[in-house]
Ligand binder design. Structure first.
Ligand SMILES: CCCCCCCC/C=C\CCCCCCCC(=O)N[C@@H](COP(=O)(O)O)[C@H](O)/C=C/CCCCCCCCCCCCC
Length: 215
């Protein structure tokens, strides 16, 4: 069974995002960041094949980063800071249009980073919503306020249709394997600051290096 086929555990995702942050929240370990995403992809896979187009893209981006980590410059990809410094100083990033480095680490992480904003908004909505809230509406609202701004019409349309297939809030919570709905809400509350810290750190790092609009 591969890492993305194993059963989803919200606690594992929480632990991954918690253990991402090092040096007093001044850096992010890429391996742990990817582990967080692997866990989320497991969750998405357990919702059925309707999300496979999303899952495939996320797995592809995780794989690109794994290859860098396993490659001869793997040590330079250990943290986000070292990756940014290495790729920029070695001219390994296409800054204005995709050319000789179409899948740089900086660009690949930027795509996941934008998706992390969606996750942050979605988790917060799930956590604070009432029992009868529609998961599909919460997901669409989070998507429209974040990732949708970077997607062409056809992807926005496909994503919006896929969201309608999301299970109701209680079933959604059951798939998280945490316990009661109250337990899930508590754990989401525990996870939120870690996800937010990772997001804020990455946003600041990319902003300092003008990397927020990589093609
Ligand atoms: C705690 C559990 C509750 C929440 C669980 C959420 C699980 C979600 C797991 C993964 C999230 C999706 C990650 C998607 C990464 C998308 C990156 C991206 O924007 N890629 C596009 C641009 O890439 P390039 O072409 O420039 O290389 C790419 O075009 C996108 C293609 C696929 C469509 C992405 C739609 C995103 C919708 C996100 C919502 C997923 C809904 C899951 C519902 C639980």
């Amino acid at each position: 069974m591969s890492a993305t086929e194993e059963k989803f555990s919200l606690r594992e995702v929480l632990v991954s995002f918690k253990s991402c942050l090092v040096d007093d929240d001044q850096d992010v370990l890429v391996e742990h960041y990817l582990n967080g995403w692997r866990g989320l992809v497991r969750f998405m896979n357990s919702l059925g094949t309707i999300f496979s187009f999303v899952s495939k893209d996320a797995v592809n981006k995780i794989q690109i980063m794994e290859n860098y980590l396993k490659g001869e410059s793997g040590e330079r990809y250990r943290t986000l800071q070292s990756m940014v410094e290495y790729e920029l100083s070695s001219n390994l990033v296409d800054l204005t249009k995709r050319g000789s480095h179409p899948d740089s680490g900086c660009r690949t992480i930027l795509r996941l980073h934008r998706a992390l904003r969606w996750l942050q908004l979605f988790l917060d909505k799930l956590r604070t919503s009432s029992e009868d809230s529609k998961t599909s509406t919460l997901c669409a609202e989070a998507y429209n306020a974040s990732l949708a701004n970077y997607h062409p019409w056809i992807i926005r349309k496909t994503a919006t249709v896929a969201f309608l297939a999301l299970p109701v809030r209680n079933t959604f919570f059951e798939v998280m394997n945490v316990g009661t709905a109250e337990d899930v809400v508590d754990m989401l509350g525990e996870a939120m600051p870690y996800v937010s810290n990772v997001y804020d750190f990455t946003q600041e790092l990319y902003s300092q290096h003008n990397l927020l609009d990589l093609p």
